[in-house]
Design a protein around this ligand. Structure first.
Ligand SMILES: [Zn+2]
Length: 390
């Protein structure tokens, strides 16, 4: 589950087949053998050359938003920094304003459109954060929109409460008071209404300090939320908090140094690289190669959001990261499947083997290496969720 993986560790089944029942994989193996031993099974033969792999798991997105931040992007490519733009009224706060204006139904529609694009590209499990409400009732609205979209979509959505994205500009009080409000008024309600099992926080200058975050997360953990952290994006510090509270994942890590890398490698916390944010911000990538060499469990996610990562193409981003960070194909696919599932505390998907969910995607090629070679331009022509074609 952790550390580097050579490509020859990939199990390739030529002329393969997958037997599914009730949404689960019963067996993956040689097609003819499977056919002969299961004469009554319904057959779906895919003609021509295809490579079948597990459906992708995108373990970090902010898909539930309204509005565009094209203006921010134009400023940024012209040389303004992320923090400068945030301080001058753009950034996350701009998305908060626009998302608050949207109704729940509008958010559901926007979400479904983005989910549809993702599933067509082979992503069958999608984590979605709140974090553009930053008020008890607005965070609830976002999480309810995610729940509703989940019921209407074929993909599995995994909701996360990110009410601690930034300290909202219209909150009159110190940080501690805001964190207490979230802990006392929002999180119990989320539990009660079963809106999320995960809590996230952005640890960074201009967001929350490591010390404040550590106190907040300890309480959230006692309330039995899984913990994930926006860590080490511009400055190191968040990943140490993530490891010390036993977070399922620490995400971003662009600013992680050797100390943070070794901490993560020695922990069970999944290190999540978000190349889409590096591309959107024109910044360096997370040290994915070093993390794997040190023995960490590396996942790759899209961070799809209106500000720093508007592209939303997970395979393209992963293929670019693999070229820059020198990742093997096996490491890249693991980071998009079972290792990303681990970041969501899910162990029932991401591998084509007996007992796992039959979430799969087929690419029109005869060699698994074609997928990264085409850098995301080769798309799956068939996507299955729990054995059913989407
Ligand atoms: Zn994010």
């Amino acid at each position: 589950m952790k550390g580097s993986i050579a490509d020859d560790a990939l199990q390739i089944i030529p002329q393969g087949g997958v037997l599914t029942d009730n949404g689960l994989i019963v067996e993956a193996g040689d097609f003819e053998t499977l056919r002969k031993s299961n004469p009554n099974a319904e057959l779906e033969e895919i003609s021509g050359d295809h490579v079948l792999i597990p459906g992708f798991v995108d373990c970090h997105t902010h898909l539930c938003f309204a509005g565009s931040r094209a203006k921010d992007y134009a400023l940024r490519i012209a040389g303004k920094s992320y923090l400068e733009i945030a301080k001058s009224g753009g950034g996350i706060w701009d998305s908060v304003t626009q998302t608050r204006k949207a109704s729940k139904d509008e958010l559901v529609d926007l979400l479904l459109r983005r989910i549809d694009q993702h599933t067509k590209n082979g992503v069958t499990t999608i984590e979605v954060k709140s974090g553009y409400g930053l008020r008890v009732e607005e965070e609830i609205k976002q999480l309810k929109a995610i729940k509703e979209a989940s019921a209407k979509s074929k993909a599995d959505l995994v909701p996360t409460c990110l009410a601690t994205h930034i300290l909202p500009k219209d909150f009159n009080g110190p940080v501690e008071e805001y964190l207490e409000l979230i802990l006392n008024k929002l999180l119990p309600k989320i539990k009660q209404e079963n809106l999320a099992n995960r809590v996230d926080i952005f640890i960074e200058d201009g967001a929350f300090s490591a010390a404040d975050a550590a106190c907040y997360l300890e309480v959230a953990k006692k309330m039995s939320f899984d913990i994930t952290v926006h860590a080490d994006q511009f400055s190191a510090g968040g990943s140490q908090v993530a490891v010390s509270v036993g977070a399922v994942s620490a995400d971003h890590l662009e600013a992680s140094g050797d100390e943070e890398i070794n901490l993560l490698a020695a922990s069970e916390t999944v290190a999540v690289a978000l190349p889409g944010a590096s591309l959107g911000l024109g910044m360096g990538f997370a040290p994915a190669r070093k993390l794997l060499n040190a023995g960490a469990c590396l996942a790759i996610a899209s961070d799809w959001n209106p500000g720093s990562a508007p592209m939303g193409d997970l395979l393209m981003q992963a293929s670019i990261l693999s070229a820059y960070e020198k990742l093997t194909t096996a490491e890249t696919f693991a980071a998009l499947s079972f290792r990303a599932a681990k970041a969501l505390n899910l162990y029932d998907r991401g591998v084509l083997e007996k007992g796992k969910l039959a979430d799969m995607q087929a690419y029109p090629c005869n060699d698994y290496r074609e997928m990264l070679y085409h850098q995301g331009k080769l798309k799956p022509i068939k996507v299955y969720k729990k054995g059913e074609m989407i």
